[in-house]
Design a binder for this molecule. Sequence first.
Ligand SMILES: NC(=O)C1=CN([C@@H]2O[C@H](COP(=O)(O)OP(=O)(O)OC[C@H]3O[C@@H](n4cnc5c(N)ncnc54)[C@H](OP(=O)(O)O)[C@@H]3O)[C@@H](O)[C@H]2O)[C@@H](O)CC1
Ligand SMILES: Nc1ncnc2c1ncn2[C@@H]1O[C@H](COP(=O)(O)OP(=O)(O)O)[C@@H](O)[C@H]1O
Ligand SMILES: [K+]
Length: 504
Amino acid sequence: MKILTAAQTREADAYTIKAEGISSADLMERAAKAFTTWFENKFQPTKEVLVFCGPGNNGGDGLVVARLLHQRNYPVRVFTVGASEKASSDFKTNLKLLPDELKHFHIEEANQVPDLNEDLNVIDALFGTGLNRPVTGIFADVIEKLNSSAACITSIDIPSGLFSDSQTPYEGAIIKADYTISFELPKLAFLLPQHEEYIGEWHVIPIGLSEQFISETETNLYYTTYRDIHYKLKPRKKFSHKGTFGHTLLLCGGFGKMGAAVLAARACLRSGVGLLTLQVPSAGYTVLQTAVPEAMTLADKSRKHLSELPQDINKYNAIGVGPGLGTERITKTAIGQLLATSSHPLIIDADAINLIGSSDKLKAQLPKNRVIFTPHPKEFERLVGKSNNDYDRLRDMLEFCAEYGCYVVLKGSNTAIGTPEGKLYFNSTGNAGMATGGTGDVLTGIITALVAQHYTLEDACLLGVYVHGLAGDLASSKVGDIAMTASDVIDHLPQAFLHLQQSS
Ligand SMILES: NC(=O)C1=CN([C@@H]2O[C@H](COP(=O)(O)OP(=O)(O)OC[C@H]3O[C@@H](n4cnc5c(N)ncnc54)[C@H](OP(=O)(O)O)[C@@H]3O)[C@@H](O)[C@H]2O)[C@@H](O)CC1
Ligand SMILES: Nc1ncnc2c1ncn2[C@@H]1O[C@H](COP(=O)(O)OP(=O)(O)O)[C@@H](O)[C@H]1O
Ligand SMILES: [K+]
């Protein structure tokens, strides 16, 4: 699914209006109806609904929603804010359509905002995608009042005051919504950790914007959903054999961290790899042979740390390196050898990222178009550097991808995948139950297995991240997000792959 900018969304609205021969008020009615249906399914008409409307079309949406909720027997009060002479024409039309018995107040000073308690539902329709500067003055006062109340706030399209695709200036007031209901496509702002307190739980509802316009509009931003992913899964042919599905090498584990190797190995095997070899420090040899009988294990000559590469490094068609390794000097040397001698794709995680991040010499050795990095935010900082905010971080990530010709999987909620060509994908699966040690090792195993099976690096990242999150969601529905462990994620990989396979 594409993510469009505010400007592109305005164009999509205008295109749809023209192509369908409807008025902009018709499209507003459609959007407000879709919102109202969501609201009705969520909230009973027991609590009073206070709708706060700004002067533009977002405010116009609010007016239509107020009218529709009133028709559906919700107790509703409308509050308009802002100079009436600036109001958009669809706002004016819909203000006139408010029935007489529906209470309407105009706010000029913040003290005119009524007392708000948890027995009220607030709908925030102050600003949408037409916001063009930080919110100050009376609008900021109203926002502050709403934010400091205990009422449940639902924002139409986007929390008012939040820029949808660039950094909101520091001085601007922003609504802290409990729910954000947006139209047609998600906005970039929804996917950034720094906006968690503003967005709340978000949903996107279709309003029939032109599919043709959306498909022809260029963007480098995508939100990966089931529809984008399921068809990528390759069927296993009848006469295929284990060689068909690749031979993976995992260079993982260290003294006290052999579990990382076990988790990566088990996830790799549960992701369809043909053959798996691990090389682990010799203290881990028995651990691996016992815990993962399907894998072949090579013992490093060092007892505690990775210190050497296996012979015939190029017989493995995907190599995953990093989980549990530690950052010993000898390990750094081995990683340097790996970068210099391997000719197949490398999936680089955890301590291997830390080692490369700390060495310009290793960075300079990175082969082009053959590397996937899978950092969490701290590892990302060591590899790419510190950024001022989430937008800068995404920009820095794409610059890094372009400079080194690599893929970066920046892990977290809505894991972001950057490509060397400048595309940015945000994942839609996963949950906070996955914020527990070892789940990243599982992801390394999955992506390495997919690369070994000859998925392109881009598809291996997209599919791997999606299926990892889906397994986490399935695990969460069984064991809950508090008790969930990395092993639970692995245990739900079969169901996750089946889910993708069955409906494809
Ligand atoms: N197009 C369609 O058909 C559809 C659109 N839809 C809906 O419309 C929304 C977009 O509507 P929009 O473009 O009218 O912009 P909106 O967010 O209401 O604000 C613009 C107003 O705010 C003002 N203003 C801006 N910043 C300000 C600030 N910081 N402080 C103070 N004022 C500020 C600006 O005035 P000015 O800049 O001239 O001062 C202008 O008056 C979209 O999010 C969706 O909800 C849906 O119904 C689907 C169909
Ligand atoms: N709040 C969250 N929502 C969704 N996924 C999450 C969340 N927190 C963590 N994850 C996922 O869990 C994994 C954690 O990886 P990482 O931090 O490397 O763990 P470890 O190093 O312990 O293996 C990542 O894939 C990340 O996307
Ligand atoms: K809004």
